[in-house]
Design a protein around this ligand. Structure first.
Ligand SMILES: Cc1cc2nc3c(=O)[nH]c(=O)nc-3n(C[C@H](O)[C@H](O)[C@H](O)COP(=O)(O)OP(=O)(O)OC[C@H]3O[C@@H](n4cnc5c(N)ncnc54)[C@H](O)[C@@H]3O)c2cc1C
Length: 685
């Protein structure tokens, strides 16, 4: 299986196609196991047929998936040999077909190649009596295998492709209508296989079952048959790389802002922006989704500003079509504003992290967002007013954008059945909960279930004992308790900031930092304090505490959700996989360095404050702080002399003092010598 990223597909699949292979590209979402299995049945067909799977749910592949016109999963596209453009791909219908159907579809399309027949592909058309008679005169092969079959059978062609990489043997199919050959070999059953040798002798293939795998196995074990020099030229699978995402310990009783923001980013910027333009019902669904988020998503200020800005922009967009490029531009973050409008662009799964990369993640995040929205709508509006507001938004979103087509169809079927009967906002909360449980029941034990996170009827008894009861020996839900539980679980107070990207620094404030050198000390101190407050806010967030700008989550102060190693002294930055955080720490270090250079005799928190300083600024800053502190510890007199003066001031004083002394000495010597010489001149006769 090639789980190809953009570079790999350009380097491997497409180039190979240009060199004369047939390419077959199948974008996948979460059903990698299925694709693995499909792929393994076609890997032996290289270099005639190359199978590549692209994870179009991976944002890195967005451009290439969009170039290939992929809007849903799974989509299968067949590229004839020598194809040059993405548009050359032939969309194969019925992607839910079996592995066998898929192989047959490949062969059927391959046979229609005509002028663009892949040079490495063996002939797949039925052999004639004449061809069989003269085969060994025209070829050097030691063996010729004939598969006799009916015209609608694919066995002969599949075996021919299976043996493609093996030398000294050729495989041809012979149709049951080829009477001369059927009579010559005495064939009575179809399919059946015969082996011809160079010396003219032949025998029936001694297989247990007349089937592809048995023929292939027998032929590969014949003496003198070796696998050829063909080697698959690929780079190491990227799936291994990406499966090495560090494991995050999450608490299933909590919601994580990182999950919510990752799902929001993905849904808005990747999934909904997949089509080349939004129009009609799709555009309306998008506007509706953003409007619901503005109303009910309990985001932090920068995300709320982001959503409000986007919503305002969408309301002003009155044209019937919204091109993707324009939308993407409008969805960019604005960090320059005094109130930054930022929806983090990194995707970090915490509560939704799967045990392997292809499990959980986005669909889990999307469910969580919509549960949160239904609960917030129930908490924030008159119960009977617009009861379907959030559910309809979700229905439209799933119908128009959710990449998993099968999921969208299932959800639409459930919605069509009963969604209209929901008559209050609280019922909407329960509808989504019970239908999510219906999905859980359907998927339990299936391929898409993460073995480490089995699909349960949710909430399980250990999360909410009072939600469960027994009625005449049968399990039943205590719905009022479920509503209470859902309202508490999907509440802003239960959202934790672990692993979320730190709040953006308003650009104006960052610039202030760089201008410090040109302004007076009072202003300078004020700005420094402001920056220190900002750093303290960052620290609070890292430690899971709220900043003053986060009034919505007071409970975060109480709880320390992030598990820390015993004796851990410094916050483990590695666990904050976001590059952004690191760059912020660096930025803070640079700012602090500037400050340290200017006022390098500042009193340092060497004892009690040290731990705090360490925790706040790992790496560079810590080392700098220690260097300066070390200098001060070595020269205690400097502390006395330097009270209120910088090192530069003191050095200048000493230099001037020394220079003036030297000057005085020079003057004294000069005048002394002059006086002596005058005295001497007067006494001369
Ligand atoms: C609309 C929709 C339809 C889908 N349809 C399909 C499908 O047809 N086939 C398919 O293979 N996959 C489908 N999926 C994906 C599938 O439902 C899961 O999202 C995916 O398998 C990941 O599962 P998970 O273990 O992370 O838990 P999820 O089911 O994604 O749940 C996410 C989180 O929500 C909480 N939760 C679980 N159950 C409930 C509940 N009843 N009420 C409230 N909260 C709950 C839990 O905390 C859980 O961790 C669908 C996803 C969505 C959003």
């Amino acid at each position: 299986i090639l789980n190809l990223k953009k570079n790999h597909i350009l380097g491997s699949a497409v180039l190979q196609i240009e060199e004369g292979s047939t390419g077959f590209i199948t974008p996948i979402l979460r059903n990698r196991r299925e694709v693995n299995c499909r792929a393994s049945s076609a890997t032996e067909w290289r270099p005639a047929v190359i199978l590549a799977a692209i994870d179009c749910a991976d944002e890195d592949n967005q451009e290439v998936c969009s170039d290939f016109g992929i809007t849903g999963f799974p989509t299968m596209k067949f590229f004839r040999a020598f194809s040059k453009k993405a548009e050359d791909g032939i969309r194969l219908t019925n992607p839910g077909a079996t592995v066998e159907d898929l192989r047959h579809a490949i062969i059927t399309n391959l046979e229609q190649s005509q002028d663009s027949w892949p040079p490495a592909c063996p002939p797949l058309e039925p052999a004639s009596a004449e061809e069989v008679r003269t085969f060994f005169q025209r070829n050097k092969d030691q063996y010729l295998a004939l598969i006799f079959e009916k015209s609608n059978s694919f066995v002969g062609r599949e075996v021919a492709l299976d043996m493609l990489q093996y030398e000294n043997v050729a495989v041809r199919r012979v149709l049951s209508s080829e009477e001369e050959l059927v009579a010559k070999f005495g064939v009575t059953t179809f399919p059946s296989g015969y082996l011809l040798l160079r010396n003219g002798s032949f025998s029936r293939l001694p297989v247990h079952i007349e089937a592809r795998s048995f023929y292939t196995y027998y032929l590969r074990t014949l003496s003198g048959i070796t696998r050829g020099s063909y080697k698959l030229n690929t780079t190491a699978s990227t799936s291994n790389e990406s499966d090495m995402t560090p494991r995050i310990r999450a608490d299933r009783s909590k919601l994580y802002m990182a999950d919510l923001e990752s799902a929001l980013h993905y849904s808005l910027r990747v999934e909904a922006a997949r089509a080349s333009a939004l129009s009609g019902a799709q555009l309306a669904a998008f506007k509706c989704y953003v409007a619901a988020l503005v109303k009910y998503f309990p985001g932090r200020p920068c995300v709320q500003t982001y959503l409000q800005t986007l919503d305002g922009w969408l309301r002003n967009w009155t044209e019937s079509e919204l091109p993707r490029d324009v939308l993407k531009e409008a969805m960019k973050n604005n960090r320059d504003a005094s109130n930054p409008a930022v929806l983090p662009t990194n995707v970090t799964w915490v509560g939704c992290q799967g045990s392997e990369r292809h499990f959980r993640g986005y669909p889990c995040g999307l469910w969580t967002i919509f549960h949160l929205l239904t609960v917030q709508a129930a908490q924030n509006g008159p119960d009977k007013e617009l009861p379907l507001e959030v559910l309809s938004t979700m229905r439209c979103y799933v119908r128009h954008f959710f990449g998993c087509q099968e999921c969208a169809e299932h959800f639409e079927a459930m919605a069509a059945k009963s969604m209209d009967r929901v008559s209050s906002r609280e019922e909407a909360v329960l509808w989504l909960w019970s239908h999510h449980n219906e999905v859980n029941a359907r998927l339990a034990g299936g391929d898409t279930e993460d073995p480490k996170f089995p699909k349960l009827q949710w909430p399980p008894p250990d999360m909410c004992p009072q939600c469960h009861k027994e009625e005449r020996g049968v399990h039943a839900w205590e719905e009022p308790a479920v509503v209470t539980f859902l309202k508490a679980h999907f509440s802003p107070a239960n959202i934790y900031m672990d692993y979320a990207e730190p709040d953006p620094l308003p650009r104006a404030r960052e610039e202030t930092g760089t201008r410090l050198g040109t302004e007076g000390p009072r202003v300078e101190r004020g700005r420094e304090e402001e920056e220190e407050e900002k750093e303290a806010e960052g620290e609070a967030r890292v430690a899971g505490r709220p900043s003053s700008a986060e009034p919505r989550r007071p409970s975060i102060v109480r709880l320390n959700p992030k598990p820390r190693e015993v004796g851990e002294d410094i916050v483990d930055l590695d666990s904050f996989s976001e590059q952004h955080f690191k760059s912020q720490a660096l930025r803070a270090a640079v700012t602090r360095r500037r400050r340290i250079n200017k006022r390098d005799t500042i009193p340092l928190p060497l004892n009690s404050g040290e731990g705090r300083e360490r925790r706040r600024v790992p790496g560079i800053l810590l080392r700098e702080v220690e260097d300066v502190g070390e200098g001060l510890r070595r020269s205690p007199w400097l502390r006395v002399l330097g009270l209120g003066f910088s090192r530069l001031d003191i050095s200048l004083c000493i230099t001037l003092y020394f220079l003036s002394s030297m000057c005085l000495l020079a003057m004294y010597t000069f005048f002394r010598l002059r006086t002596r010489s005058r005295k001497g001149r007067a006494g001369f006769p």
